[in-house]
Design a protein around this ligand. Structure first.
Ligand code: NOJ
Ligand code: CA
Length: 703
């Protein structure tokens, strides 16, 4: 802001210097400063400096309403409050379980004197970024119909952008790397692999990550998305954006009760890529845990399942028969490829028990799969309690429990959430009665009712309510085709997983022949910033199906499949491949058996957006460490300083890495497993193959 630059240049840059229409708040370390001012027209604008340089230029704030005067201009300051926040808190599970929110907050209440209406904006400055949210008092109209929110994010240069389109229906797009000015979301419309997709304008989904010329990294996202529509960022200039909420049939974006607090709009800002990963700003901005300790019935876990075999075309979700008045007719239509049979499920349960997996997901166990995708009339098709005739839920769960394993429930709604809502109580009660505490839910297809979208307010409320309802029955939820993560798992720790990006499944059948080789090192700095992802790692047979591009495959080495267990954040990790593919490689399977999943502390140790990423994590109540990495195209030597290890201790490190001649294209199966000793004074040196990675397990051997 010009006056500030002027003041600084004449040596008057003391922090409390605010003119009548200018206010500012600084992060505790002083590196980030949010400056707010009113324009001559009484528009609220803010700008952000990082290390003394502007990274967000003057950006306006406000709303268009359909049933009330807009909140766009004519404002004067009404009142102001400032406070410092220092709030230690615990996460039930997560990359880090002990965190501290340290923010400085500035709340400015603005008034439109012409009509006496007030709009509050709370600004936060933290060492890892900034945030703001709107505080809307009670209105005469009662509820406000939001035609759109107008929160601008004007970058200060044509930064490198890492983005997916602002699709109202799905996040499962390949990531794009372009200059900000070259973002072209509409060119991504109608991707043939997406059962539903709706891109209406040149906007991007969040988190979206930008890298400035001088190395500043910034990722824009939102926190605490409750009773509101998901935010996309619409391009308004070469490198400027305005919030554009996901809409609905009447053309408006949301209806909010008043008083109302919007979700936080936030950006993580740092000097380097790993600063984005170390941030916990999103969790800081969410409300504390309201469910208490849920560990009595949910623990972080690894699971296997009847899943990959359907994506690989080996078996089917559907049973193939027809039903007449509740009776399954043996009319010869049973095609014999049904995956969720008693026999097959027992095989997976036996495999899980033998190798120490806690859960067995079974998809295709309930009726409805004959009519789930590609139909308009999907209401009333799935009922979440009726088994196919070759599947006995009670017996199988008893069998699983006798072996120390539990089934993981599956509820595919085929994007007919009203049908699901009618049956949620019954469905979750069935789970509780069978002592099953984890459900994977799914929302494949164009959303019903027509005119609502997966990422709009109506569905945000559905997803959130499903999680709250599940809690009543001691059920933890892993949502596929979800609304993006905004840190609500701090408040509702039973929201343990989510998809919300291209998962491993695309390696089986996508038209691109599989996810691109930079997919994981890109998601590490974009999608993964929004919380856990159920990516379903652990493929040991990399060739998948033949697709339009020829042969589809997983574009990684086996070494990277190990690395995924450390790089993909999630308290539930699948070992997704078929039992026979694991049994063919017991020495590799050992890594998946041994890797931990319930972390106390996680440290991002290396990475560049879209190139590579490495994490070190230590589990709860343990002195061991686990380190893993994933690499994009081009081999690379990593040296990881081990200063996080306990000084004076020697660790035995078992490293599952790419062999020296490994390469995702030519030699992806070349793995070297070696055991060495390491200490905190040393570096772990590992070569990552092109498309490679590694996983390492470090146990202390001396006190
Ligand atoms: C899409 C999910 O992402 C996938 O994991 C699941 O197998 C199918 N839907 C069927 O529910
Ligand atoms: Ca999916």
């Amino acid at each position: 802001m010009k006056n500030w630059i002027l003041l600084a240049s004449i040596g008057l840059a003391f922090a409390s210097c605010e003119s009548a229409d200018e206010w500012s708040v600084q992060s505790p370390d002083g590196a980030i400063e949010v400056e707010v001012e009113l324009s001559e027209a009484g528009e609220i604008t803010y700008a952000v400096e990082f290390n003394g340089e502007e990274v967000i230029a003057d950006s306006k704030l406000g709303f268009d309403f359909a049933n009330a005067d807009d909140f766009l201009e004519g404002f004067e300051l009404y009142s102001k409050e400032e406070k410092s926040i220092n709030e230690p808190y615990q996460m039930q599970w997560g990359p880090n379980t002990e965190l501290v929110a340290e923010h400085n907050e500035l709340v400015l209440n603005f008034i439109q004197p012409a009509n006496g209406r007030i709009l509050g904006v709370a600004f936060r400055a933290a060492n890892d970024g900034y945030a703001f949210r709107y505080l809307i008092p009670s209105q005469d109209e009662g509820a406000l119909v939001v035609a759109n929110e107008r929160s601008e994010f004007n970058l200060t240069e044509d930064a490198a952008a890492h983005w997916i389109p602002g699709d109202w229906e799905i996040y499962e797009h390949p990531y794009n790397h372009t200059k900000t000015s070259e973002i072209d979301a509409l060119s991504k419309a109608n991707h043939p692999n997406l059962a539903s997709t709706h891109i209406v304008e040149n906007s991007v989904s969040t988190p979206v990550t930008f890298v400035y010329e001088n190395g500043t990294h910034m990722s824009i996202h939102e926190a605490a998305l409750v009773n509101y529509s998901g935010m996309t960022l619409l391009k308004t200039g070469d490198y400027s954006f305005v919030s554009s909420l996901v809409g609905r049939e009447d053309g408006n974006k949301a209806t909010i009760p008043t008083p109302f607090k919007t979700p936080w709009r936030m950006a993580i800002i740092g000097n380097e890529a790993t600063d984005l990963l170390a941030s916990h700003l999103m969790y800081d901005l969410n409300e504390p845990n309201v469910m208490g300790d849920i560990s009595e019935w949910f623990q972080p876990q690894k699971y296997v399942g009847i899943w990959w075999e359907m994506h690989m075309g080996k078996s089917t979700w559907d049973y193939g028969m027809t039903q007449d008045m509740g009776t399954w007719i043996q009319d010869g239509k049973e095609h014999g490829k049904h995956g969720a049979t008693n026999e097959n499920t027992r095989r997976y349960i036996d495999f899980a028990a033998e190798h120490g997996f806690s859960g067995v997901l079974v998809e295709g166990w309930n009726t409805g799969w004959e009519h789930w995708i590609g139909f308009d009339d999907r209401e009333g098709v799935f009922d979440f309690v009726t088994e196919y005739p070759d599947y006995d839920l009670d017996e199988l769960q008893k069998y699983a429990q006798s072996k120390g394993v539990s089934l993981v429930m599956h509820h595919e709604t085929s994007a007919a959430p009203r049908t699901y809502e009618q049956q949620m109580d019954t469905a979750y009660a069935l789970m509780q009665a069978n002592d099953i505490h984890l459900v994977k839910s799914g929302y494949v297809g164009p959303l019903l009712p027509k005119g609502e979208y997966h990422h709009g307010q109506w569905m945000v409320n559905h997803y959130n309510n499903a999680v709250l309802k599940a809690y009543d029955y001691q059920v933890a939820v892993n949502t596929h085709e979800p609304i993006k993560g905004t840190g609500l798992e701090r408040t509702w720790p039973n929201w343990v997983g989510r998809e919300g990006a291209r998962g491993q499944e695309f390696n089986a059948w996508s038209i691109e022949g599989g996810n691109y080789v930079d997919h994981i090192p890109t998601m590490a700095f974009t999608r993964f910033l929004s919380g856990p992802m159920d990516y379903t790692p652990g493929v040991f047979k990399l060739e998948t199906k033949s697709g339009p591009e020829g042969s589809n495959r997983v574009r990684s080495t086996i070494g990277q499949q190990f690395g995924l267990y450390l790089v993909v954040p999630s308290p539930i990790q699948m070992a997704c491949d078929l039992p026979e593919n694991y049994e063919a490689h017991p020495e590799w399977l050992q890594f998946i058996k041994d890797v931990a999943v319930d972390w106390e502390t996680s440290i991002p140790v290396a990475g560049e957006v879209g190139q590579f990423v490495a994490w070190a994590r230590t589990p709860k109540n343990s002195d061991s460490w686990y380190i893993g990495a994933a690499n994009a195209e081009g081999a690379r030597d990593l040296s990881i300083a081990l200063d996080f290890l306990d000084e004076g201790k020697t660790y035995e490190a078992t490293i599952y890495r790419d062999a020296d001649d490994a390469d995702w294209k030519t030699n992806p199966y070349a793995v070297t497993i070696e055991t060495i000793t390491l200490s905190s004074a040393e570096e772990l040196k590992v070569r990552l193959a092109s498309g490679g990675g590694f996983g390492a397990i470090l146990h202390p051997i001396t006190e």
